[in-house]
Design a protein around this ligand. Structure first.
Ligand SMILES: *Cc1c(COP(=O)(O)O)cnc(C)c1O
Length: 374
């Protein structure tokens, strides 16, 4: 046996996440580890909370990063907000909506599915119909940017409908935070979670999350204990909460938080509106270029995500060969289709630091050559 240090190949990450990491984030992460209750670390946690409020466009006090990937943000949102037996309307238009439904069931909640079409936005009238037929529903859960299909849903409208029926909202913004317009306060969203490795361009393993005051009150007044010790907000707040003294809950991933802080500084420096604009412009540019080499996006333009574009695989093209060729010849990673879209689409990510003109040009050239020069 001859084990050596692992040196990763240089890859251009244009899949559904992770995206490439900004060099400043990587270097921040290699700084000396300090104690997680060190006053300087607590100061860093406070700054991260402030910077996350900016990213989410909220003044919610309870805004922090869950020490785990986006799926745990999803689980934290659901396990805290929904009590056993509570009816939760869940919009399913792709893999991540289905995952929410699965978690609601496992938490003892009663999911009521709002069926959607893969590759399309959630239809507000379908949600309206489900809510008006069942007055027992108290929470509505949906995904902003469905990374499995490339569809962008209208969060503002869906949240309005939910509010009209006195429902709390849980919104998945794993792929949209920092990439698509998102206004937590203005749109009056209740629990919103995200992930570090998509448009924030950090390594995976952190899930930014924010809770409205209304959601926090609901959680504090639960009749039952939150079933998960690790995710119970009432306990986590002793560690991440404001005021009072911070007490040990778990050991935060210290160096990952250095990285998140750095990436949020970069976002602040760029300006959130500019970041949304850059993603949107690059998405449009990419689709225009696709058209010029005879490829077509899968999602209709008005519902299409800019930072994750699904492309119809042309008839007779070998899906696996093209992706392998991209990786081997161009060091370029794109994503395969998921679920019913397996073999039908490619998924190209233009997220965070990976969303650049240079990457668009490379991807177009690489796709064109791989499809046509077999
Ligand atoms: C990636 C993703 C998740 C899950 O995040 P992980 O960090 O992989 O656990 C959840 N929802 C959406 C929309 C995603 O794109």
């Amino acid at each position: 046996m001859n084990y050596k240090p692992f040196i990763p190949p240089e890859r251009i990450l244009m899949g559904p996440g992770p995206s490439n990491i900004h060099p400043n984030v990587l270097s921040a992460m290699s700084r000396e580890t300090i104690g997680h209750l060190d006053p300087e670390f607590i100061r860093l946690m406070d700054e991260i909370k402030d910077l996350l409020k900016y990213a989410f466009q909220t003044s919610n006090d309870v805004t922090f990063a869950v020490s785990a990937p986006g799926s745990v943000g999803m689980e934290s949102a659901i396990v805290n907000l929904a009590e056993p037996g509570e009816k939760v309307a869940v919009c399913v238009n792709g893999v991540f909506g289905s995952r929410m439904k699965d978690i609601i069931e496992r938490c003892g909640g009663a999911p009521v599915v709002v069926e959607g079409e893969w590759g399309r936005a959630v239809d507000p009238s379908s949600l309206e119909k489900v809510l008006s037929q069942d007055a027992g529903i108290s929470v509505v859960a949906f995904v902003h940017a469905e990374t499995s299909t490339g569809a962008l849903s209208d969060v503002k409208t869906l949240a309005e409908i939910a509010r009209h029926h006195d429902c709390y909202t849980i919104v998945d913004t794993v792929t949209s935070l920092g990439g698509s317009e998102l206004k937590v306060d203005e749109w009056q969203l209740d629990v919103v979670y995200s992930g570090s490795q998509k448009c924030l361009s950090c390594p995976p393993g952190l899930s930014p999350i924010t809770f409205s005051n209304k959601a926090v009150q609901k959680i504090k007044n639960r009749k039952t204990r939150v079933q998960s010790w690790f995710m119970d907000l009432n306990l986590v707040l002793g560690y991440w909460g404001s005021g009072g003294r911070r007490t040990y809950h778990h050991t935060a991933p210290i160096n990952s938080l250095y990285g998140l802080h750095e990436s949020l500084l970069l976002l602040k420096e760029e300006g959130i509106e500019n970041a949304w604009k850059r993603h949107s412009n690059n998405g449009k540019l990419f689709c225009g270029e696709l058209n010029s080499i005879g490829l077509k996006p899968y999602v209709p333009e008005h519902e299409r995500l800019a930072q994750l574009i699904t492309i119809n695989i042309p008839d007779g093209t070998d899906d696996a060969y093209v992706r392998k060729n991209l990786l081997e010849k161009y060091n370029l990673e794109i994503g395969a289709g998921l679920g019913p879209l397996t073999g039908k689409v490619w998924r190209v990510g233009l997220m965070g630091y990976s969303s650049s003109k240079k990457n668009i040009d490379l991807c177009i050239t690489a796709l064109n050559n791989s499809i046509n020069n077999r």
